[in-house]
Design a protein around this ligand. Structure first.
Ligand code: UD1
Ligand code: UDP
Length: 377
């Protein structure tokens, strides 16, 4: 094969967290003369995706616009696969980049494979080893991993997970997580809260707990438990305010409104843009979440996190002491939050800034590796 002067890189993503974590990489790819960079968004999310595209000044070359209210996994998968057919034929990329573990990620990798285009998997190698938890993410990322040609892993443990699954070590690149690139870039910029929903919160006199909760496997009984625990926490502590930007999933919103609507010091607000959200985390006392991204960002900001899930694919920050896995039972969540809110030394022991997930240069590393692998400069 003759040496290429330039390659085409097609980056595919569709949801809020993928966009946040791919944005720094997309912007780095755009700066390279030897790379023709294309972006295709599936728009598995719409409003929550567009917020991020705007912040990072990304104008997609292709937008599959697939979001429909309450659509099923099958619908997402088939629409992404069909939509990508034309895009891949048109661009004819040398490599397709996908991120993490959403259904867009899996379908994007599968579409690349069907067209025999190489796949680069960003945020590769995270595992719980439980097929149904998180659902469907564990299987999405495992299947994507087995279609990928280049695996960009955040941590050494992620690399070992892949080696244990038979992936050759020469295909695995320890880069750190691009979420830290996004977080550092965003935290650097001055920002004053503009959202009226945040202006009414007393950041001076009250301790703030930021909450997010949306996972599919938590929908139903577990989500009820989690939300009742939040109610218990504000009842136990009069100096606590809870700020909960509620995910746009109607199944989450209905439970949040039912259990937490109209409770003093619990603020159910709309999803925040990334900049105010980062500032909210930085001004919080504690974070309670089932999100993947927050488990990575909050430790970097030195904020203790209680993870309301049964298991996590991100044990590194637990080992570092900033994150605790508290499960999905009402009394366990309220008890653990109560201990931290009462005991300042237990709190201080957790409130240490640690960075097991990256140093803010993951995107640079990924771009460098792609250039080396395709022998372009
Ligand atoms: C998806 C990912 C999950 C990721 C999460 C991040 C899958 C199967 N799940 O879950 O891994 O952690 O995104 O948030 O890939 N909606 C809107 N507007 C939006 C976004 C969502 O109205 O901007 C509503 C729609 O009704 C949509 C529903 O939320 O049908 C659920 O969205 P979906 O992408 O299917 O699942 P998420 O729970 O968001
Ligand atoms: N986030 C945001 N606004 C919000 C809530 C979260 O910008 O109102 C950011 C958060 O900082 C993180 C990402 O969105 O980077 C997490 O996305 P989400 O919780 O949707 O997905 P997950 O991390 O669980 O995959």
């Amino acid at each position: 094969m003759s040496k290429l002067n330039k390659i085409k890189v097609l980056t595919i993503f569709g949801t809020r967290p993928e966009a946040i974590k791919m944005a720094p990489l997309v912007n780095k790819l755009n700066q390279e003369d030897c790379i023709e960079a294309y972006v295709c968004v599936t728009a598995q999310h719409r409003e929550m995706l567009d917020q991020v595209l705007e912040l990072f000044n990304i104008i997609p070359d292709f937008d599959l616009n697939i979001m429909k209210k309450n659509q099923t996994l099958t619908q997402i998968t088939s629409k992404v696969l069909e939509g990508l057919e034309d895009v891949i034929k048109k661009v004819q990329p040398q490599i397709i980049l996908v991120h993490g573990d959403t259904t867009t990620t899996f379908a994007g990798a599968l579409a690349a494979f069907y067209h025999q285009v190489k796949v680069g998997h960003v945020e590769a190698g995270l595992r719980t080893h439980n097929k149904y938890s998180p659902f469907p993410e564990e299987m999405n990322r495992t299947l994507t991993g087995h279609m990928a040609d280049f695996h960009f892993t955040p941590t050494l443990r992620n690399k070992e997970n892949l080696i244990n699954e038979g992936i050759h070590k020469d295909r695995i690149f320890l880069t750190g997580n691009t979420v830290i690139d996004a977080l550092i870039e965003t935290s650097k910029k001055e920002y004053d809260f503009r959202d009226s929903s945040l202006k009414e919160i007393d950041f001076e006199k009250h301790r703030i707990i930021t909450v997010t909760c949306h996972r599919r496997e938590n929908l139903g009984e577990y989500m009820h438990n989690i939300f009742y625990a939040l109610k218990d926490i504000v009842e136990m502590f009069s100096d606590i305010e809870i700020v909960f930007p509620v995910h746009l999933n109607p199944k989450v919103r209905s439970v949040a409104a039912e259990v937490l609507g109209d409770i003093e010091r619990i603020h159910l607000i709309e999803p925040l843009e990334y900049q105010p959200f980062v500032k909210l985390m930085a001004q919080s006392y504690l974070i309670i979440t089932d999100s993947g991204g927050l488990q990575e960002e909050a430790p970097a900001l030195g904020k203790p996190v209680l993870v309301v899930r049964k298991e996590t694919e991100r044990p590194e920050a637990i080992e570092a002491g900033t994150v605790k896995l508290v499960g999905v039972e009402r009394k366990d969540i309220a008890k653990m939050a109560g201990e931290l809110l009462n005991d300042s030394s237990a709190y201080k022991a957790m409130a240490q800034a640690v960075n097991p997930y990256g140093d803010g240069t993951a995107s640079d590393r990924i771009v460098r590796i792609i250039k080396e692998q395709f022998d372009i400069s």
